[in-house]
Design a protein around this ligand. Structure first.
Ligand code: HEC
Ligand code: HEC
Length: 159
């Protein structure tokens, strides 16, 4: 019998190259933004510099009420792993008095069935899965998002 590993590798590689081919001739990825710029993908170009994060401590307006708020401060070097969660050392209920940080809301203490837990739900432990810092980088694609206030009748705007 032939060794199955090289066969599997070959099958995997052929899937990859078919994918790359499809992406070139059209298919689902055809209109995707060209994040790499005008250079062909075969030419190696230096990566653009990382954008500086906005860390002005000004809380940003949410685009809709249940949007995870953006992080307005630096998070550089903050540990977030199995043993330590730096975010919670300021944002958990216990520590907000000394940190003066906004407390994580009650949804962070609920499990998926809506039961209230004594501690932070495991679903909300990895803060950066939902909360992100912002940079001043120009958008890579056009954004046509419209605030819902602009879609509703004018007198609702003041609420
Ligand atoms: C040293 C304390 C401290 C730590 C650590 C910290 N924060 Fe904050 N955070 C604050 C304070 C204070 C604010 C209020 C705005 C400000 O001063 O920057 C804030 C604001 C926020 C907001 C905005 C809330 C809103 O309503 O707009 C988010 C989201 C947030 N932090 C997420 C995080 C995440 C995620 C981490 C971990 C990666 C983290 N924070 C770590 C103190 C902290
Ligand atoms: C699964 C997504 C998710 C994760 C993970 C998550 N959050 Fe949130 N967070 C949200 C959403 C959505 C909101 C706004 C609605 C709400 O309160 O549930 C929010 C709200 C907040 C707020 C504002 C609370 C308020 O009352 O204004 C803070 C601060 C915050 N989160 C911090 C954190 C920190 C710190 C962590 C990690 C321990 C974390 N979040 C993990 C989704 C998430």
């Amino acid at each position: 019998m032939r060794n199955p590993i090289p066969v599997a590798v070959a099958a995997f590689l052929s899937c990859l190259s078919t994918g790359a081919l499809l992406a070139q001739v059209g298919g689902p990825g055809r209109d995707a933004p060209r994040l790499k710029g005008p250079e062909p993908f075969t030419r190696e170009t230096p990566a653009p510099p990382m954008q500086r994060q906005i860390t002005d401590d000004v809380r940003r307006r949410r685009n809709y009420p249940d949007q995870p708020p953006l992080i307005p401060h630096s998070i550089e070097g903050y540990a977030l792993d199995l043993n330590a969660n730096k975010c919670l050392s300021c944002h958990s209920r216990k520590f907000t008095e000394q940190s003066q940080a906004p407390m994580i809301s009650v949804t962070h203490y609920q499990d998926r069935d809506g039961n209230f837990l004594g501690g932070v739900s495991a679903r909300r432990y990895a803060c950066l899965a939902c909360h992100v810092p912002q940079t001043a980088a120009p958008p890579l694609v056009e954004n046509t998002f419209t605030d819902m206030d602009a879609l509703t009748v004018p007198e609702r705007r003041s609420r």
